[in-house]
Write a new protein. Structure first.
Ligand SMILES: [Zn+2]
Length: 179
């Protein structure tokens, strides 16, 4: 298990490699991973039932990250950075069946690593812009992407979630049903 300092060092080196110096969001971060590290990564926002936040797995050689659509923009950043943490820290791809049954996919130390890594990235992503008022987050600022309050509080049933999953990420769903 990596210490916080080791994770910090890893994140710093990665951001340097990706030419990200602060003031970026998770989409820009993922775009840089595609560009500089030739990762195939698909980000898929999906409205999720209570208690579901994010998931990463591989479909062929493509990393698919599902993240909760019905939550705040900032929370989404944390979720995507967290799932990227699992990828970049060489954890194993998630099992959709386990995810749907809310069974633990990773060990507690792995979860802590991914979460710490995500927080470090989020801290780097959000820079205090003294010229403007308060916080600035990259070029694609938050408000345009922030779901409406109504959407934030949207309660999704498991059935609706599964239907949406099938529509959006059929290969993943099929993979889980194969077993
Ligand atoms: Zn996790």
């Amino acid at each position: 298990m990596l210490t916080r300092n080791e994770l910090r060092k890893k994140a710093r080196e990665l951001l340097k490699e990706l030419h990200l110096t602060g003031g970026f969001n998770c989409s820009e971060f993922v775009e840089k991973l595609r560009e500089k590290r030739s990762y195939k990564i698909k980000l898929e926002p999906i409205p999720m039932p209570p208690g579901y936040f994010g998931f990463w797995s591989l479909v062929g050689d493509c990393h698919v990250i599902l993240y909760r659509a019905n939550t705040s923009w900032l929370h989404q950043q944390q979720i995507v950075f967290h799932e990227c943490g699992h990828i970049l820290l060489d954890h194993h791809p998630g099992d959709l069946k386990k995810f749907l049954q809310r069974k633990a996919i990773y060990s507690k130390p792995e979860e802590r690593e991914a979460e710490t890594f995500a927080t470090i990235l989020l801290e780097a992503a959000i820079v205090h812009d003294t010229a403007q008022e308060g916080i600035s987050v990259g070029k694609n600022l938050a408000p345009a992407q922030t779901p409406s309050d109504e959407h934030l509080e949207e309660v999704i049933s498991m059935q609706e979630f599964l239907m949406e999953l099938k529509k959006k990420v059929a290969p993943l769903t099929l993979g889980a049903e194969d077993e």
